[in-house]
Design a protein around this ligand. Structure first.
Ligand code: DQQ
Length: 539
């Protein structure tokens, strides 16, 4: 089936076939980026979870390696679930992961590479004394150990998510010196009633002063800590920025209203179980994330695969707003840029759509800047006070100052299209508020796919234009606003807007303002994703 095979991506990480979910234990070792992932080797549906494994020199082109760990012990007989890597100061690699065991038990286990001098880390040893942590009495959901960080008392800490009192999400903290015996601390790193089970907790420092990432154990002045939880209810990742007290192992959000599970989504679209790691090669913190499908299970079975990984993103503190992170595709993705197209100074009157002739528009990197008449914006009082991307009618619904943006994966007749756009509304006090949205409602003629409208408001500072970057790769669209202050990942399943029928447009559907747009687009080459060359071949 042409449509189904068209959906497979060309430069996003995915296994050759079958099921994938969470990123696991990303790390950099002896010149190679290692990526492990929840992998169901027998079918395109979750089950019998193992750790898939791949290596890369640049986070974009990959070699698939043999499965790193399979369920072969009593302590992980139901599945080798999610875990994280810690690189110790002496270079040892510690892998902690959750074993799914008999009767639904969730146990924390230790594994390490058999041979640290193997750059490919092909063989993994499970510590015979596993499990190293069993759930506290009465706790059932208890999984996804984090990377460990070193405290001032020279002990390592990890955090593990759970829930108590039916619905309070919690982050437990354990201390250890040898990763074999652990001590549960009395207090919690953090908790929030009403947020449900916290999966895949990620906890890491960000610098307030430099663009460099920080290694896991940094703390002190000039450093904030990000707490990210993956909320099982609704499968959404949330983060908040706050202060870590390494004496009492407690974390406090800067803004209680923007606390974890309440404030910032990591990504307003389809994006779950994200996990960061510190890249010591380029001194940056990078996040991975599982991008699930939005189609039906039967389509996945027909395709023979399900899920993608997001293009890895650098993560830094936004020193301009000081309230959010900036996420940006790693610079290495730009090595795939081939033919480029420049459309400068496009004047878009209210209600206009312009085709951008670039040939097939299925694998693209797009950078777009929009300028509007600031005077008109200041002087007009517009009523759309309660504008919300998800409920305000999508790109077809017009206001004075929006929507304007880009149509991706659109066919000539607009029978299918995915608008990525800004919409400016006014607050009751007259202040402008900018929304960044992705509208999937007309993205596909197929009836068995989800077609939500995603998005939220994004800070646009007074000297800034409206900026977007969009990565298009067949069935995935990753959209970044204002340098990565907001990100929306969409899964789309066009049936007409495919191959050479897939086109690109820029539009202004506002009623009251003209927009000047500049768009630069690159065709993207395919990334290499091959089995590792057999022994004897040159690396
Ligand atoms: N996926 C894993 C769990 C984790 C969940 C199992 C999050 O360890 O909590 O595949 O997607």
């Amino acid at each position: 089936n042409e449509m189904l095979s068209w959906q497979r991506t060309s430069y996003h990480f995915q296994p050759q076939k079958n099921w994938m979910n969470d990123p696991n234990g990303p790390l950099f070792h002896l010149g190679w980026y290692h990526f492990f992932y929840q992998y169901g080797p027998n079918s395109a549906v979750w089950g019998n979870i193992t750790w898939g494994h791949a290596v890369s020199k640049d986070l974009i082109n990959w070699f698939h390696l043999p499965i790193a760990m399979v369920p072969d012990h009593w302590f992980d007989s139901e599945g080798v679930w999610t875990g994280s890597a810690t690189i110790l100061p002496d270079g040892q690699i510690i892998m902690l992961y959750t074993g799914g065991a008999a009767d639904g038990a969730q146990l924390q286990n230790l594994a390490y590479p058999l041979n640290l001098s193997d750059p490919l880390l092909l063989e993994w040893v499970k510590y015979p004394g596993n499990p190293v942590i069993v759930p506290p009495p009465g706790m059932k959901d208890f999984r996804d150990p984090s990377t460990a960080w070193l405290g001032p008392d020279k002990k390592w800490r990890i955090t593990i998510g759970s829930l108590v009192n039916n619905n309070t999400g919690i982050a437990l903290v354990y201390k250890t010196t040898d990763f074999k015996t652990f001590e549960l601390l009395d207090g919690l790193l953090h908790e929030i009633p009403g947020t449900g089970m916290w999966e895949c907790i990620d906890f890491y420092p960000v610098s307030l002063t430099t663009k460099d990432g920080l290694d896991i154990s940094a703390y002190g002045p000039g450093v904030k800590h990000v707490l990210k939880v993956s909320m099982a209810v609704g499968m959404e990742d949330y983060y908040a920025i706050g202060t870590y007290d390494p004496i009492n192992d407690k974390w406090t959000p800067d803004d209680p209203k923007a606390d974890v599970g309440i404030g910032h989504r990591v990504d307003d679209g389809k994006f779950y179980a994200s996990k960061t790691f510190y890249d010591q090669k380029k001194k940056r913190r990078i996040t991975w994330a599982w991008i699930p499908e939005s189609d039906s299970e039967s389509s996945d079975l027909l395709k023979g695969w399900a899920s993608l990984q997001a293009i890895p993103r650098t993560v830094v503190f936004d020193t301009k707003t000081r309230t959010n992170l900036l996420q940006w595709p790693v610079e290495e993705v730009e090595s795939l840029r081939s033919e480029s197209y420049d459309f400068g100074n496009l004047k878009l009157e209210p209600g206009s759509v312009l085709p951008l002739n670039i040939g097939s528009a299925t694998q693209l990197d797009i950078v777009a800047t929009f300028e509007i008449d600031n005077e008109a914006l200041q002087s007009t009082v517009e009523a759309s006070v309660d504008y919300k991307c998800s409920t305000s009618g999508g790109a077809g619904s017009r206001g004075v100052f929006g929507p304007f943006g880009i149509l991706v994966l659109a066919d000539e007749l607009f029978s299918e299209l995915t608008p990525i756009y800004f919409y400016i509304s006014k607050e009751p006090n007259g202040n402008a508020k900018t929304h960044f949205c992705a509208d999937q409602s007309r993205s596909s003629k197929a009836s068995d796919v989800a077609k939500p409208i995603y998005g939220s408001d994004v800070p646009v500072l007074h000297d800034e234009n409206f900026l977007m970057r969009i990565l298009v790769d067949h069935s995935i669209v990753e959209s970044f606003a204002q340098g990565g202050r907001r990100v929306i990942t969409s899964r789309v399943y066009p049936t007409k807007a495919i191959n050479r029928e897939a086109k690109l447009f820029v539009f202004n559907n506002a009623t009251g303002v003209s927009v000047t747009a500049s768009v630069k687009a690159w065709q993207m080459s395919c990334a290499e994703m091959n089995p590792f060359p057999p022994k004897g071949n040159d690396l």
